[in-house]
Design a protein around this ligand. Structure first.
Ligand code: GLN
Length: 503
């Protein structure tokens, strides 16, 4: 009898297809794990027992009738709470949307459901995805399953923690400046931000429309590749004008050798003074792991990377300010009644509904877009964007992917990082990727010497070469495992087999 959290998504889908266990048994095991473990982790804002069981029963019915099953048949998945799912609330972890019931379902969710996945719930996040620790959720903090006194990262912290704690097999998050890759690194799971436009964002509450991208979390690169196949199956989404047609074969070529490929490193980044000693040592492990699989390490440069942070914290808030203008208490959000004028009603409703970080971002955006200020900040930020995109193009002439740290440190303790600008600085290595729009993935490389917390390396690839990027990530994962540093499939030790979830 195997415990549910030991199984990969591929093993679950195959086991369900072959009748080794039913989708309903797997759904009950996942719901049971959530009941047992989420008191400590607090990854979920809502657990959708009925949706989960009815989807699982439908999968079992299809199997019984001999109807075709999808590639994620019976796999329990969680969705970040900025993704609309009919039958759930979509709160974005904000008081503003506390009562908002989804009236339609996001395409990324629909695609996973069409592939037979079992939706078990909606995960906690930083309010409207602003943040790097999930501490700005208006409801409660999520805890890191590796050490519950530490943050899980953010903004998709609930999704990362749910996968790391073995509550679900895969989860979806969104990444505007690192919100999939950073929490994946903190929680010891794989997190992938595909190239901008690969996954539809229709039905996902927007933060920065030129930066946002949806992507999966899993406990192995293989599970992430399988989820990607489900996400792009069906082709481009006509409901998202930025959505592109991509070939749905992430899993097919995944196990091919990457021997002879070249991965670039940027020495100044690995020597960066903000990097903790253990994370720096982890980067050496990542290089050796890749070399052990026949990958050549070459030096490259991204000369304008230092300006990425400044550009992001101009472009991001400007886009957020314009996107979040719709939350005025009339169409969406909490309304403060009895005001003398519309202006007062709007101001008071927004003041009540948004938390401090959401207000800070929007005020910053309003200021930066003001006439007279725009030319000083927004316009140069867009110029920096072009320079960074060109830097990547030049670097990718010399290598197949770039290896970077994911985050300068391991997960910090609650309350340890309170200054917002220090929090912003933790996005140093993830942001340039959103600015340029290409793909990026974080893969666990081991536990820190001093803290014992998970660390990850980040690989970034050229735009629309995500298939190759996943192959290189899988090669890194193999190298790391063969060195005995981290096994794919690992669940945070305190939670492994925590409950009665045997199948
Ligand atoms: N931490 C970054 C921010 O606060 C990124 C957030 C995200 O990717 N949603 O903006």
């Amino acid at each position: 009898m195997e415990s549910f959290d030991c199984l990969s998504a591929l093993q679950i889908a195959t086991g369900v297809a072959h009748g080794e266990f039913s989708a309903e048994e797997v759904a009950r095991a996942s719901l049971e794990a959530i009941d047992q473990r989420d008191g400590d982790v607090a990854a979920f804002l809502q657990v959708s027992y009925e949706l989960a069981l009815s989807a699982a029963k439908e999968t079992d019915r299809r199997r019984a009738m001999g109807e075709p099953l999808g590639m994620l048949a019976g796999v329990p998945v969680a969705f970040k709470d900025n993704m609309n799912v009919v039958g759930t609330k979509t709160t974005c972890a904000s008081r503003m949307l506390e009562q908002y019931e989804s009236v339609f379902t996001a395409t990324c969710v629909t695609r996973l459901l069409e592939a037979g996945a079992t939706p078990v719930g909606k995960t906690n996040m930083d309010e409207f995805a602003f943040g790097s620790s999930t501490e700005s959720s208006a409801f409660f903090c999520t805890h890191n399953p590796w050490d519950v006194s530490r943050v899980p990262g953010g903004s998709s912290g609930g999704s990362a923690a749910a996968v790391a704690a073995g509550e679900v097999t895969i989860a979806l998050g969104s990444d505007t400046g690192g919100s999939i890759r950073q929490p994946a690194s903190f929680c010891g799971v794989v997190g992938f931000k595909p190239t901008y436009g690969v996954v539809s964002r229709y039905g996902v509450v927007a933060f920065g429309s030129s930066l946002d991208q949806v992507g999966p979390f899993g406990r192995s690169v293989e599970d992430v590749a399988l989820t990607m196949d489900a996400l792009v199956q069906g082709g481009r989404d006509p409901l998202d004008s930025t959505s592109q047609e991509v070939e749905a074969s992430f899993l097919a070529g995944l196990h091919e050798s990457c021997a002879g490929m070249r991965v670039g490193v940027i020495p100044q980044l690995i020597e960066h003074k903000g990097l903790s000693e253990e994370v720096r040592a982890g980067m050496d492990v990542a290089c050796v792991a890749l070399q052990s699989q026949g990958v050549e390490i070459v030096e490259v440069e991204l000369p304008n990377m230092a300006a990425a942070m400044a550009a992001y914290y101009v472009i991001g808030p400007c886009e957020a300010f314009s996107n979040l203008a719709r939350f005025d208490g009339v169409r969406y959000g909490c309304l403060v009644p009895g005001c003398a004028s519309l202006a007062e009603q709007t101001a008071r409703s927004r003041a009540k509904g948004f938390g401090p970080e959401a207000k800070r971002r929007q005020m910053l955006g309003a200021y930066l877009l003001a006439s007279g200020v725009y030319n000083t900040y927004y316009y140069p930020a867009q110029q920096v964007r072009t320079l960074i995109t060109d830097d990547y193009r030049a670097a990718f002439k010399r290598c197949d992917a770039i290896l970077l740290p994911s985050v300068p440190t391991v997960a910090w303790r609650f309350g340890e990082v309170v200054d917002p600008t220090r929090m912003y600085a933790s996005d140093l290595f993830t942001i340039s990727n959103n600015i340029a729009g290409n793909g990026g993935i974080c893969v666990p490389i081991g536990l820190g010497e001093t803290t014992g917390m998970p660390m990850a390396a980040q690989l970034q690839g050229p735009a629309f070469q995500d298939h190759k990027l996943l192959r290189i990530a899988r090669t890194l994962e193999c190298g790391v495992a063969s060195m005995g540093c981290f096994e794919p499939g690992t669940v945070a030790p305190a939670f492994v087999h925590g409950g009665d979830e045997s199948l």
